[in-house]
Design a protein around this ligand. Sequence first.
Ligand code: TXA
Ligand code: MG
Length: 310
Amino acid sequence: MTEEPNITKAVQLLHRGDLVAFPTETVYGLGADAKNPIAVRRIFALKGRPVNHPLIVHVQNLDQAEEWAVFDDRAREIAKKYWPGPLALILPKQPTVPDEVTGGLSTIGVRCPSHPVAQRLLSAFGSGIAAPSANRFGRISPTKANHVRSEFNSDLFVLDGGNSTIGIESTIVDLCGLRPAILRPGYITSDDINQHWGPLGVSDRVAPGTLKAHYAPKTSLLLSRNPEEDCRKLQEKGLIVAVLSAKTANEYAHMLYDELRRLDESNVDILIAEMAEETGVGIAVNDRLTRAATGAPTHIHEMNNQTKEK
Ligand code: TXA
Ligand code: MG
């Protein structure tokens, strides 16, 4: 059963510079007072994350977001359409933002999450919370309070808000150029943005954290368009195989990280993940699957006859 989240305690911890893990509709975040550079540095230390990977500042609403980022009319329209929700915007930063948050960049990521516990936390705290996903650097993002606890195994305070409904990280849209550019695909699709604010451009910046290898399980991960046949072939070689697939892309996104974690702890030699159809949210699912496969121990991306040992 989900416990009643202790917002008051979380706010006290944030005010005194401690970290708090909290739920969002995408994944759980590891939060610090974004105005406190020492608290923000603690995030990087605990995650083992390079300090030049900028953080997203979570805000309660558009008004608060404007204290952190410089919005133009287009940015306001986009925020009004999708916030609160699974969309992070990259915009020029306000001069007061600590360098620790942005990794020294002149831009900043801002997002207003819709999860009711995140909303309550942000409203009680009254200021921006800098938060990456609450996992160790390069590992699978957490979608449950217990995922966070098992990641850090420490006295980290975790607000429990149940399962993240969306299950993969927010769509990141770079609004610093003439045309909006998608830096990370997510639940809000490039078609959505393109339809209203297109044509989309290509960003001249990369999100420094979107590495080719990310979200990595400890078990080998094979991406497949034909999971049943691939499963059979591998089983014939004597391997213990588990297959990951879902009926819809939304369902896939929702369970992806939880299933990767669960199967990673089970006694299988190789995971097979069925690729989603490359459209809509399926694009984001395939993006995460590809990065997970790249970071997994043996780099088998396509079915081949030579199954490597674990
Ligand atoms: O759904 C989410 O966005 C979750 C929840 C907790 O809100 N957060 C999340 O944070 O995924 P993180 O740190 O794991 O990923 C944020 C990404 C990183 O790839 C980072 O490089 C990029 O956002 N980012 C942040 N600020 C940026 C900036 N100014 N320019 C380019 N990329 C930026
Ligand atoms: Mg992350």
